[in-house]
Design a protein around this ligand. Structure first.
Ligand SMILES: C[S@@+](CC[C@H](N)C(=O)[O-])C[C@H]1O[C@@H](n2cnc3c(N)ncnc32)[C@H](O)[C@@H]1O
Length: 188
C-alpha cells in the first residue's frame, strides 16, 4: 500500500494515540495522550500566518514536541512563546533547539500536562493533537482564554465549533478560531 506523507503522518498520530498510554506507564509519566509527530516547517509558518501573530502576542503550543512552533514564533515575530509537553525528553530537546536558535530569552518550555497547565495569558494557542483531545480541551479554551485569542490547529478540527478559516495543502490542514466575546460559540 502506498501512503502519501500527510496520510502517513495521520496514521502515525493514530498509532501514537494507541501506543501512548502503555508508553507513559512504562516511563512513569502521568499521562501522554499522543506521541510526537512534528508539524512540517511550512505548515508551522502557515499556522503563525493564519493566527496573525504580531507584536505583543503570547503564544502557547500545547504539546510542543521539539519546540519548533514556539521557536519559529519567537524567531520570526520576536514574541514570547511557551511550549508545554509532558515528555521530559521533548522538553530537553526543545530547550536545546531554542538555545541553538538564539531565542532563549523569548521562549520557555514547561514539562506539564496540557490538560492541567495554566495558559490563561495566551493570545495565540497552537495545537497538533487528536480530534478527541481538541474536544476535551475546547471548554477550557472558551472559558479561560480572553476574547480575541486565536487558536490554530494542525490537521484536526473542534467538532461543531465552526472554524473561521481553513487552509489545506498537500493533505495538511490548518484551522483557525477566535475566542468569542461571551457565551458558547455558534455551531456549524
Ligand atoms: C503530535 S506532537 C506535536 C508537536 C508539536 N506541537 C508540533 O506540531 O510539531 C504532540 C506532542 O504532545 C505531547 N503530549 C501528549 N500528551 C500530552 C499531555 N497530556 N500534556 C502535554 N503534552 C502532551 C507529546 O509528547 C508530543 O510531543
Amino acid at each position: 500500500m502506498i501512503f502519501r506523507a500527510p496520510r502517513l503522518a495521520a496514521a502515525l498520530l493514530a498509532l501514537a494515540a494507541v501506543l501512548a498510554a502503555p508508553a507513559a506507564a512504562a516511563q512513569n509519566w502521568t499521562t501522554i495522550d499522543v506521541l510526537y509527530v512534528p508539524t512540517p516547517y511550512d505548515v508551522v509558518d502557515e499556522m503563525l500566518r493564519m493566527a496573525r501573530v504580531g507584536k505583543g502576542d503570547v503564544l502557547y503550543d500545547l504539546g510542543s514536541g521539539d519546540g519548533r512552533i514556539p521557536i519559529a514564533a519567537a524567531k520570526q515575530y520576536g514574541i514570547h512563546a511557551t511550549g508545554i509537553d509532558i515528555d521530559p525528553e521533548r522538553i530537553r530537546e526543545a530547550e536545546g533547539n531554542a538555545s541553538a536558535a538564539g531565542v532563549d530569552a523569548l521562549v520557555r518550555f514547561r514539562q506539564e500536562d496540557l490538560f492541567e497547565t495554566d495558559f490563561r495569558d495566551a493570545t495565540v494557542v497552537t495545537l497538533y493533537l487528536q480530534p478527541h483531545l481538541n474536544l476535551r480541551l475546547r471548554s477550557r479554551l472558551w472559558t479561560e482564554l480572553r476574547p480575541g485569542t486565536r487558536i490554530v490547529s494542525h490537521q484536526f478540527d473542534m467538532g461543531d465549533w465552526a472554524p473561521e478559516k481553513k487552509w489545506e495543502k498537500a493533505g495538511h490542514r490548518v484551522y483557525l478560531w477566535t475566542v468569542p466575546d461571551s457565551g458558547r460559540p455558534p455551531a456549524r
